[in-house]
Design a binder for this molecule. Sequence first.
Ligand code: GH3
Ligand code: MG
Ligand code: MG
Ligand code: MG
Length: 316
Amino acid sequence: YILKDSLGSIKSAVNFIKKIIRNYSSTVLIVDDSKLYRTVLREDLEKLHLNVLEACDGQEALDVLNETEEKISLVLTDYYMPEVDGIELTMRLREDYEKDTLSIIALSASEDEHALSEFIKAGANDFLAKPHTFEGLSVRINSNLDVLDLFQTTKDLSNKDYLTGSYNRRYFFDASEAIVGKNARKDESIVVATLDIDKFKNINDTYGHDVGDAAIKQIASLLKQTLRRTDLVARFGGEEYCILLEDISFEDAQKLFEKIRATFEANIITIKDITIQYTVSLGVAYGKSSDIYEMLKVSDNALYEAKNTGRNKVII
Ligand code: GH3
Ligand code: MG
Ligand code: MG
Ligand code: MG
């Protein structure tokens, strides 16, 4: 109620809290040669619950971006700095980071119209006059983070599947291109697997589509348990998933997919008091190839064989 009074409505209170949570996991890099100004900015940004990193000029900023494990969402950069200045930093950053993944806000004296235009031409998203006010900084930071969130939402809408939140077929082909190309150049093998629930129609027919949907949603979370975070997993349609792996020996791939098959077999799911159990079949293609479609065809044929020879098995 206190929030409701001060913010007008429940909806804006919820948005307010969402922003605080978002900011807690967002990192801003301050780039300024003045230690004093960096300290002032840091204090203000920390009031907005952001994580803050600092660099004293453009070169150090580039080093920080290269070296840190943290994902930096926003760079707040000064204009005049020794070595690499703000404009050059902006241009160099844009060689590696698009506007939809890294937001750059330029800081410059308000009367310096030319510098501000140069910043925008170099690829800055926004600018803020120096010396800033807390309010001016706060609205710009939040609106730029909002734009990054919007980009992410749009990307998710086109790359992810609505029912499960898993990557979709489109994303699989987009992302596989780089992986397949890299391994073909290194003359390394890749693995493509197709997984499909056995007799899934029975689940739908016996318990209804809700229960079927719940079973499909479980696929991704069960796969997560055995796969690495970097492995590519996508829902191809219905109750069929495709997996692309690199950096794995034939024997380890065999063991891994057998483990996945066994995980599904042992898994019991309860949805609205209904307990179901199901098995999956997997078709796996292992080899050196620069053609993802060819690999998918091989894994599809292997899946077909698994289905025709009893199901609940891996054919590799
Ligand atoms: P098999 O062992 O040969 O794979 O038998 P199956 O019954 O699983 O056969 P198939 O893979 O052809 O069946 C897919 C079924 O999945 C048919 C379709 O009605 C159902 N299905 C496809 N998409 C969805 C979905 O989003 N939700 C639910 N609940 N069912 C779906
Ligand atoms: Mg300066
Ligand atoms: Mg099936
Ligand atoms: Mg199917």
